[in-house]
Design a protein around this ligand. Structure first.
Ligand SMILES: [Zn+2]
Length: 288
């Protein structure tokens, strides 16, 4: 049953505090919303830290983004409510949307590197494929248009180019979990990058994960890419950023080669590079 409106407002305030504490939104950044009934949403106001919201700060809008009730303390709805209502319209099953700027995930959106797949079970099961929308100007219709264009019925999280992320789900808590899992996963990936290596799961392991996910009632279209799933199709840009080793796609759909490990320094023989460098210097001396 949908919580009463007042309870939802309280939940939005508590959630804002968690988002702020985790550093997902600095200053006045970010906004989140919850659907009430079929055609209205509760939305955070503009120009205020999401860490210290009070229930009376929450605004009420229709699905065109118009504020439909006078706010008791004079708050105006976030201009990014356009993003929220576009997602509610595109996906009737969605009842909560959180837009924020989680630093580790946003780094991928700024670098223009698609989120790699087939690496971590939590990300595979609870996020699935996370598309990246191209940059669009905030507070314009271009922003929701760019996000909705990369969504399908299975999407629950989108990276927004040079901007941040948006997570959405059946309720506020689940949408927030997706945000936390997203940024934790991206933090792990960046730490792997510092270590110079990341192993990917085998196609069979990925297929098993997707089957477990299906048992939980979460369909993943990658499982349809029989027989072992098509996880990892967008991995090359991330592994190319390790800058030493060539990478191999992990998708098994076309019977191609499968690699289970990617990375740089771990695969290279440093003595070979040293010998090559010394040889080059000797040859240069001899020729001078
Ligand atoms: Zn933003």
């Amino acid at each position: 049953m949908q919580p009463a409106t007042w309870q939802l407002k309280q939940q939005m305030c508590e959630l804002g505090h968690r988002i702020w504490l985790r550093g997902y939104c600095a200053g006045n950044e970010g906004n989140h919303s919850a659907r009430i009934g079929d055609d209205h949403v509760l939305c955070t106001p503009t120009g205020i830290s999401k860490g210290f919201l009070k229930p009376e700060d929450i605004c009420v809008c229709d699905l065109d983004g118009n504020q439909v009730e006078d706010n008791p303390v004079g708050r105006k709805r976030s201009s990014e409510v356009l993003l929220h209502v576009a997602i509610y319209k595109a996906r009737p099953d969605v009842r909560a949307v959180i837009h924020s700027h989680p630093p580790h995930a946003t780094a991928f959106a700024v670098a223009g590197i698609p989120l790699p797949e087939g690496i971590h079970p939590e990300a595979e099961v609870f996020l699935g494929r996370v598309p990246t929308a191209p940059f669009a100007m905030p507070s314009t219709q271009d922003l929701p248009d760019s996000v909705v264009a990369v969504m399908d019925e299975h999407t629950n999280t989108v990276l927004m180019g040079n901007h941040g992320s948006v997570s959405f789900s059946r309720d506020l808590t689940d949408a927030y979990y997706k945000l936390e899992i997203l940024d934790a996963y991206c933090r792990i990936l960046l730490l792997c990058h510092q270590l110079g290596r990341a192993n990917v799961l085998s196609p069979d392991e990925n297929a098993q994960l997707l089957q477990v996910k299906q048992k939980f009632g979460m369909d993943d279209p990658r499982l349809e890419c029989a027989p072992r799933g098509c996880v990892g199709e967008q991995n090359d840009p991330f592994f190319a950023s390790f800058d030493v080793r060539p990478t191999t796609a992990t998708c098994s759909c076309n019977g191609g080669d499968v690699a289970t490990a990617h990375g740089g320094a771990g695969d290279a023989d440093p003595s070979e590079a040293l010998v090559a460098s010394i040889t080059d210097q000797i040859m240069a001396k001899l020729q001078s």
